[in-house]
Design a protein around this ligand. Structure first.
Ligand SMILES: O=P(O)(O)OC[C@H]1O[C@](O)(COP(=O)(O)O)[C@@H](O)[C@@H]1O
Length: 401
């Protein structure tokens, strides 16, 4: 959440001369994406396509038998998840927004984006918005508006949810650009999103109330969730409730290609991911757990390694692939925008999402910007960690870095 005031429209001014993307989504897709030549795609995907063809999972999940690869849009259709058209439309707008954000994050022109913003005096230095957060938020907002499929968007960047369309079938909750405080060093960042159905039984309520209550649904009601990792590759990882699947952006065509069908988190990893400069503020149980596994004295007789990027999407993505635990034991990450969507993906991949005491998806959010301790990862590692009892960091002085 931030208290920024936007005095000019950063998107329409950006980039100063060169337009990276046409403003009209339809023409954009027409000219650049949907009608990309298949042969061109194949030429770029030679090694990848054979890798996917060799995977039983990929074939079973409907990878195009002839060409050996499948785009996200194809996957959402009959060959894969077969979700309904309305969700396909919503997703294609979200996908488009994230491609724009990916381009911005990597752009040499993004340093100009700070111009035209002012921040309300007195807000905590750490919580001050980075301009790219706001631009990313605006990009997603306009895409969701254009989709006509989102009733409401609740964003970590906004104080209150924005009502978009009375008949929109979906509710979208999101963190438009997580980890953005690392952005000047080109450290990976990410977008996190969750999708619920609009609660039609609330349609009679005043719009503000309707917007909030629709956005405060429990994670167990998610119908889809995902993240987009902006890193050396741009990865869109998603679940519609039938497994977790990751797609890699092919920059030559603009397609997200299925590269990690049916991701399964290893039941146990050998990596813990936490900001351990906070060690002296941790409770006894958490200290003991970390001391134990780093010495190789835990249930898994291997010395664990530490990895901490301090960018939640990147830390979670690595955990999904390699196993272990990505954690933030203090009340810092948000239930609605971060913990619920990522726990949904973790569970769909056979992993767990916990606040140290309870399953994240079983919690009923009471406030939009509610924060909590978060532990995501391999089931055996999280079980072992929780067996230490007090692992939630209650001392939370706020940290300046
Ligand atoms: O300072 P900590 O406790 O290590 O928190 C780092 C975490 O905060 C985040 O930067 C999110 O915080 P913000 O929402 O304030 O940007 C995550 O990407 C990261 O995992």
């Amino acid at each position: 959440m931030n208290s920024a005031t936007i005095h000019s429209n950063p998107i329409s001014n950006y980039p100063p001369k060169l337009r990276l993307f046409p403003s009209n989504l339809h023409n954009f897709h027409r000219n650049h994406y949907l009608f990309a030549q298949p042969n061109k795609r194949m030429a770029f995907l030679g090694p990848l396509s054979s890798k996917i063809s060799a995977s039983g999972n990929a074939t079973a999940s409907g990878v195009d038998g002839g060409s050996g690869f499948q785009t996200l849009r194809e996957f959402m259709g009959k060959g894969g998840e077969n979700v309904r058209d309305e969700l396909v439309v919503l997703f294609s707008h979200l996908e488009y927004a994230c491609k724009r954000i990916a381009a911005l994050v990597a752009s040499p022109f993004s340093s100009n984006l700070g111009e035209g913003f002012s921040v309300v005096a007195g807000s905590d230095e750490r919580d001050k918005p980075k301009p790219l957060d706001i631009v990313a938020n605006e990009i997603i907002l306009s895409s969701l508006k254009n989709s006509g499929k989102a009733a409401v968007m609740a964003s970590e960047e906004d104080d209150a949810p924005v009502w978009l369309a009375d008949d929109g079938p979906f509710v979208v909750v999101l963190d438009p650009l997580d980890g953005s405080r690392n952005i000047d060093a080109s450290i990976p960042t990410g977008t996190i999103f969750g999708i619920y159905k609009r609660l039609v039984e609330l349609d009679h309520l005043p719009v503000e109330e309707r917007a909030i209550l629709n956005s405060l649904q429990s994670g167990s009601k998610l119908i889809a969730a995902g993240y987009v990792l902006y890193s050396s590759a741009t990865i869109l990882c998603t679940s519609f409730g039938l497994g977790t699947h990751a797609f890699t952006l092919d920059h030559s065509t603009g397609d997200f290609i299925l590269t990690h069908p049916n991701l399964k988190i290893p039941p146990r990893g050998q990596i813990y991911s936490v900001n351990d400069a906070r060690y002296f503020d941790w409770p006894k149980g958490l200290k003991q757990y970390i001391d134990t596994v780093r010495q190789g004295k835990g249930r898994h007789p291997k010395k664990y390694s530490a990895r901490y990027i301090c960018s939640l999407v990147a830390d979670f993505h690595r955990t999904l692939l390699y196993g272990g635990i990505a954690m933030n034991p203090r009340d810092h990450l948000r239930l609605v925008y971060e913990a619920n969507p990522l726990s949904f993906l973790a569970e769909q991949a056979g992993g767990r999402g916990s606040d140290g005491k309870a399953r994240i998806l079983s919690l009923q959010p009471v406030k939009l910007h509610q924060r909590l301790p978060l532990f995501l990862g391999s089931p055996d590692d999280i079980d072992e960690l929780e067996s230490y009892g007090d692992i939630q960091q209650k001392v939370n002085p706020g940290y300046d870095v």
